[in-house]
Design a protein. Structure first.
Length: 214
């Protein structure tokens, strides 16, 4: 029986393969170039030194280790027990919780920054962007920072594709307009928006969006 793409990251075998792949990606983007590094730095400049950051869709914790190494306090959330088990092993000093990223279970104004990178938004349909960003805005302090990275498209579309770590996943490609409208509707003001091609030649672009809570 073919694997359900929605359950892809719930598999311990896939989680281990995913972790092995991402642990070797220093730029935190398998096809990303210099632009994502610039966007990270812009995000860091908007978060107070030692501030509290929420990593939405943390996976196996590769970004959390990076953030902690930059001196931030970090909380990571994911819905896959297999991913979270590895994250806790990889970054024992960070806090990880099982949580639906569209229904964040935190108090209002709890975080200085929220980020969703590493392909998180490709799992979010266009109708879910508004609720997702509303959750980001609610848990952020006034003036708090947001950084998201995902795949850009001229037209919204969804596809089932082969995942780099093996298996199949369902992928959403978002447009700049979808992201802008969804963020602005939730009280998030875009600070910068950039795109770049996939550096290993895959037929899509990356979009990197820095925003702040108004």
């Amino acid at each position: 029986m073919e694997e359900d793409p929605e359950l892809h990251y719930f598999s311990p075998e896939i989680a281990e393969a995913y972790d092995k792949m991402w642990s070797n990606v220093k730029s935190h983007g398998s096809g990303a170039g210099k632009t994502i590094k610039d966007s990270y730095e812009r995000f860091f400049s908007m978060v107070p030194k030692g501030g509290l950051i929420l990593d939405v869709g943390c996976g196996t914790g590769f970004v959390d280790k990076y953030l902690a190494g930059r001196g931030f306090d970090v909380v990571g959330v994911d819905y896959s027990d297999a991913m979270l088990d590895i994250a806790r092993r990889n970054v024992p000093d960070c806090e990880f919780r099982k949580m639906d990223i569209r229904k964040l279970e935190f108090e209002d104004h709890a975080f200085d920054g929220v980020l969703a990178v590493g392909g998180v938004l490709v799992h979010i349909g266009p109708e879910e962007l508004g609720p997702l960003f509303s959750g980001f805005a609610r848990v952020l302090k006034s003036g708090g920072a947001v950084f998201v990275a995902t795949r850009a498209s001229d037209q919204p579309r969804v596809a089932v594709e082969s995942a780099t770590e093996g298996g199949r996943i369902r992928v959403n490609y978002h447009t700049k307009g979808e992201i802008e409208v969804s963020m602005l509707g939730c009280g998030l003001s875009i600070v910068s928006y950039v795109e770049e091609p996939d550096v290993v030649g895959r037929p899509f672009r990356y979009m990197y969006v820095n925003a702040k809570k108004i």
